[in-house]
Design a protein around this ligand. Structure first.
Ligand code: NAP
Length: 340
């Protein structure tokens, strides 16, 4: 048999590759174990008080990222919790017996004060207390005044929900204010908790609760108000939907899917909302004035659209209202189109 030249070199190289591969497999095993240890060390026990729509929605991501979640609420959510991989109890005492690092209040804005007044607040000493209410100045004030000074406070507003954050939280804004975070242990828990949101892809926005409310009244509250106002018109899809009208239908759908309680909370507990509502009314008045002035000027100039259309104003109105009936209200657009 012919031994090819350089055979010895090949044998040496093969042995070296095998040795490195074995070493790599061991390192891989150590890496998996170290990752497990890190996850366990970082695992937070998170109690969610108010295990309704939003509480369950955030619980799913907490569990997926390796945290232990306990839900507590009035309703019977045991089966939902099981499906998520969380524990569930209706008893506050049992919930607190899990000794959670973090206690999140995810109750409706309107019920939060009542929930807090029934909660054994002394048991929140040494915990990070978080709220996720869609208004911020209000929970900040009541948490500061009612919690024992040994409880840390983080006020947050994840600016998304089960609809907008259904597939991913990537790039979605998470607003927070570290209202009171004390000592190295408290800071570490707070950082771990914030890490959950940044690991899930959120855009982390640190601002005061007051700043949040000012921005949110001018954006979120106006969005919800517009959606609810348009819902009153019962808008329906037509065979000639524009892209703009499609977004309007989606807006109505999105905003009316959230509870009325949530919407009322956005109004009542945000000091800036009333002013925005007034601005909206003033805006509608201004637009109506523009149209009314235009109509007056045109009537003087040409005697009104009836002259051009060769149709009396009353017959035009009745034909428009017939069409409006067919199109579910869509055709109730201006009876006097701009002159072409
Ligand atoms: P919600 O209607 O605002 O709140 C429902 C939750 O409040 C349920 O867990 C319910 O508990 C609890 N609750 C209501 N009245 C109560 C009372 N009298 N006593 C005790 N608990 C009471 O709907 P949500 O969408 O789940 O919102 C929860 C919180 O998350 C709100 O503060 C909201 O502002 C905030 N948030 C919501 C969204 C969102 O997209 N939905 C986004 C960001 C933040 P039971 O079901 O056990 O009755």
């Amino acid at each position: 048999m012919n031994i090819p030249e350089g055979r010895e070199e090949v044998d040496v190289a093969v042995k070296e590759v095998e040795a490195l591969e074995a070493e790599m497999a061991k390192l891989q095993e150590r890496l998996v174990a170290a990752r497990k240890t890190l996850t366990a060390a970082r695992q937070l026990r998170i109690l969610i008080v108010g295990f309704g729509t939003f509480g369950q929605f955030i619980a799913k991501t907490f569990v997926r990222l390796g945290h232990r979640v306990i839900g507590q609420s009035r309703g019977d959510y045991a089966a939902d919790a099981r499906e998520i991989g969380a524990e569930y109890t209706r008893s506050v005492d049992e919930a607190m017996a899990y000794d959670p690092h973090v206690v999140i209040f995810s109750t409706s804005i309107l019920s939060t004060s009542k929930v807090l007044s029934n909660f054994p607040l002394e048991r929140l000493k040494g915990k990070l207390v978080v709220d996720v209410l869609s208004v911020k100045e209000y929970p900040k004030t009541i948490l500061q005044s009612q919690l024992p000074p040994e409880a840390d406070i983080l006020c947050t507003h994840p600016m998304f929900g089960p609809q907008s954050g259904k597939h991913s939280w990537q790039g979605l804004p998470f607003v927070f204010e570290k209202v009171r975070v004390t000592g190295p242990h408290g800071s570490a828990i707070c950082e771990e908790f914030l890490r959950i949101w940044s690991d899930a892809g959120c855009r982390m926005v640190e601002m005061t609760c007051e700043e949040h409310d000012s921005f949110a009244a001018a954006s979120q509250f106006i969005t919800h108000t517009t959606g609810r106002m348009l819902a009153e018109l019962k808008p329906q899809s037509t065979p000639i939907n524009t892209k703009g009208y499609e977004s309007l239908l989606a807006l109505v759908d999105n905003t009316t899917n959230d509870s009325l309680e949530l919407y009322c909370g956005l109004f009542y507990y945000n000091a800036f909302s009333k002013r925005q509502l007034e601005k909206l009314e003033t805006g509608l008045q201004s637009v109506k004035e523009v149209l009314s002035n235009f109509e007056k000027k045109q009537l003087e100039e040409d005697g009104g659209p009836g002259v051009k259309w060769a149709m009396s104003p009353s017959s035009r109105e009745s034909s428009a209202s017939n069409l409006a009936g067919q199109a579910g209200g869509y055709a109730s657009s201006p009876a006097s189109p701009p002159k072409s």
